[in-house]
Design a protein around this ligand. Structure first.
Ligand code: ADP
Ligand code: MG
Length: 379
């Protein structure tokens, strides 16, 4: 991909980039809706991502290009206006530029900027965080600054939350920033604190993107958030991470049946993240797979953020040989399912699962086979 970026940069801007950075997409491995409950989550950075090239200009112009829009956007050095229409992709690098001073970092002057990617957009693999982190790295390198990795991650999140306006948690940028090949990223959202955990050899990931999205997804997400906060309040804790099952059972009468189910999911899911850590430590991928599927079942019945489409995929996958486990990945209410398989799980088997889905829903999900990859870096 770096070769492709160099060629593309030469074609579009007629010269070579001075700095190139790459940032991976990510899979939410386990820990569903735990982040805003101050819980823990495991993610995997994957071997696909966004590549960004950068070269300084002396005329104060900032020129942005991405294969996604196919048009050069030219802005002045001080112009941080939010873009709309085909240029709206540039809000991610612009958001990063706007965030740098917030972290007391310098911004570059004029430049040529180009992004290419082998990550599907909007598939729940966080192409947006990959673009933010790759952008942050080229801007920082070009201005001779090297802040701690935590800061780079926070710059990406700040851009997405405040400039783009998406209230995502720390998972996306944290995993893209702290990822490591053959590892998972463990995030304790209190802090937040980041660590890498070895992934036993032989684990492969398959993503089945349904391209479905619940029409009310934003409202549903907000409703879950509210229900969790209500449950925490009724339990007398500042966040659900501080509750446990005995406490929940003791206070059951104080909670609406819905808030009870949501809280039970979050409490059990945080426990599953810990059990997954233990199983990973002893290399038990079978156990890890069972936990992944249990996470999905909890989303299906207790958190109610699954859909019949996602359930169909999970049901077909767990009935297929060489699949350790499967679950919805990301916020839910549509989107993608991920399966962790052994290395002998084949494309033919994946296609069979896709065909089972197509029989019911008319079209095949998009298929993506990936493994872990390194986190964001200058390349
Ligand atoms: P996800 O992060 O799950 O892929 P989002 O909607 O959060 O989905 O982010 C997708 C958006 O990120 C795209 O609509 C586009 O604006 C931007 N983006 C992602 N990859 C690229 C790219 N290679 N070039 C330009 N913009 C990109
Ligand atoms: Mg995103």
């Amino acid at each position: 991909m770096k070769e492709q970026l160099l060629t593309r940069f030469q074609t579009v801007f007629g010269r070579a980039p001075e700095v190139v950075a790459q940032a991976p997409g990510r899979i939410e491995f386990i820990g569903n809706h735990t982040d805003y409950n101050a819980g823990t989550v495991l993610g995997a950075s994957i071997d696909r991502g966004v590549w960004v090239g950068y070269a300084a200009r002396t005329d104060g112009q900032r020129r942005f290009f991405s294969d996604l829009s196919g048009q050069i956007l030219t802005l002045g050095e001080k112009d941080l206006a939010k873009q709309s229409g085909p240029a709206s992709w540039a809000n991610y690098p612009l958001g990063v530029l706007a965030a740098l001073p917030v972290f007391e970092l310098k911004t570059p002057g004029g430049f040529d900027f180009l992004a290419i990617s082998n990550l599907p957009v909007g598939a729940g693999l966080s192409s947006s965080a990959a673009l933010e982190l790759a952008s942050a790295l080229v801007f920082l390198k070009a201005t001779g600054q090297n802040p701690p990795r935590e800061t780079v991650v926070k710059i990406g999140k700040h851009a997405e939350n405040n400039f783009v306006g998406v209230p995502c948690g720390i998972l996306d940028q944290g995993v893209s920033g702290f990822g490591l090949k053959n590892h998972l990223v463990f995030i304790d959202c209190r802090g937040p604190k980041f660590a890498t955990v070895p992934l036993p050899a032989g684990a492969h990931f398959w993503i089945f993107n349904t391209h479905t999205k619940h029409a009310l997804v934003d409202g549903l997400y907000a409703a879950r958030h509210k229900e969790c906060m209500e449950a925490a309040k009724a339990l007398g804790v500042s966040a659900l991470v501080e509750a446990d099952l005995p406490k929940l059972e003791a206070s059951k009468a104080k909670l609406s049946p819905t808030a009870y189910k949501r809280a039970k999911h979050v409490i059990e899911e945080i426990a599953r993240v810990e059990q997954t850590n233990q199983a990973l430590k002893v290399g038990d991928l079978k156990k890890v797979g069972q936990l992944l599927t249990a996470s999905h079942r909890s989303s299906q019945t207790q958190f109610e953020n699954s859909t019949p489409e996602l359930d169909t995929l999970v049901d077909a996958l767990v009935a297929t040989p060489h699949v350790f486990g499967a679950r919805l990945t990301g916020g839910g209410f549509g989107g993608a399912v991920m399966a962790m398989t052994d290395s002998t799980f084949s494309e033919t088997q994946a296609r069979q699962v896709a065909a089972t889905y197509a029989k019911k829903y008319g079209s095949e999900p998009e298929l993506l086979h990936c493994q872990t990859g390194d986190g964001a870096k200058v390349v």
